[in-house]
Design a protein around this ligand. Structure first.
Ligand code: B12
Length: 211
């Protein structure tokens, strides 16, 4: 098994202690940070499929998520560039009712590296909390909302509506997460959608520089 395959297998198995070392070894062997990230994301896909088929349960999903987060910590300096000039502040969070944060954390990391100051509100974030954060922070140019469950897609819709109707201006709203599509994003009135963290960073920059 190659080092990169070992990373994937150990993320799937939730080997929290082994994954960081294996990620470092894969980097040392010359694998790119993006390639290592990709196999870890694939590993989480396998974990999700096993959960769907009933061969694993929530605790196994949770330890796999922890293992991936530990691996991402090692990759962070290699993935994030140097955002020297600030494009403004980005407020990010996972919408109310939703506790998934790996994808949101990756988006935060990449958007920050594109040049934004990042304010991460965490998970289970209500529309009111997003709005309060816009009021409390300077130069908010972007609000990024993540949703991973089909059951929290209505919360994404409500959040976008609340952000658009709160009377505050000067920021764009971007949405994303596994069940979200461009079509859904357009339907709920979001300014942008991106399928992954890399394209989220590109879109975020384009959104605020085009304004
Ligand atoms: C890990 C995991 C968990 C962990 C989360 C831990 C954590 N700290 O995040 C735990 C165990 C807590 C969990 C719980 C549950 N989960 Co879960 N989980 C997963 C799993 C396996 C991986 C998710 C993940 O991290 N993927 C890797 C990241 C990198 O990908 P990502 O999140 O999609 O993010 C990328 C893009 O979507 C995008 N993106 C994400 N956010 C944003 C935001 C913006 C603005 C933009 C532009 C882009 C963007 O960019 C990201 C990076 O490239 C998925 C399976 C899967 N295939 O996704 C199921 C999955 C999402 N969970 C599922 C379910 C059902 C649940 C539970 C309801 C299970 C239960 N019975 O309790 C609970 C719900 C808890 C809650 N209220 O949130 C289902 C959802 C089905 C559905 N369509 O609704 C899935 C798909 C599993 C399955 N196949 O059934 N889960």
């Amino acid at each position: 098994m190659s080092k990169i395959e070992e990373v994937k297998a150990n993320v799937e198995a939730g080997k929290t202690k082994l994954v960081p070392g294996l990620v470092q070894e894969a980097l040392d062997e010359g694998h790119s940070a993006m390639d290592i990230l990709e196999v870890m994301v694939d590993g989480m896909g396998v974990v999700g499929d096993k959960f769907s088929s009933g061969s694993i349960f929530v605790p196994e999903m949770l330890i796999a998520a922890k293992a991936m987060s530990k691996g991402v910590e090692v990759l962070k300096p290699y993935l994030a560039g140097e955002g020297s000039t600030s494009l403004g502040t980005c407020i990010i969070g996972t919408v109310q009712g939703d506790l998934h944060d790996i994808g949101k954390n990756l988006v935060a990391m990449m958007v920050e590296s594109a040049g934004f100051d990042m304010v991460d509100l965490g998970v289970d974030v209500s529309a009111e909390k997003f709005i309060t954060a816009i009021k409390e922070n300077k130069a908010v140019k972007l609000v990024a909302c993540s949703g991973l469950l089909s059951t929290t897609m209505p919360a994404l819709k409500e959040t976008v509506a609340a952000l658009k109707n709160c009377g505050l201006e000067g920021f764009k709203v971007m949405v994303g997460g596994a069940p979200v599509t461009q079509e859904f994003a357009t339907q709920i009135g979001a300014d942008a959608y991106a399928p992954d963290a890399g394209s989220a960073a590109v879109k975020a920059k384009a959104l605020v520089t085009a304004a």
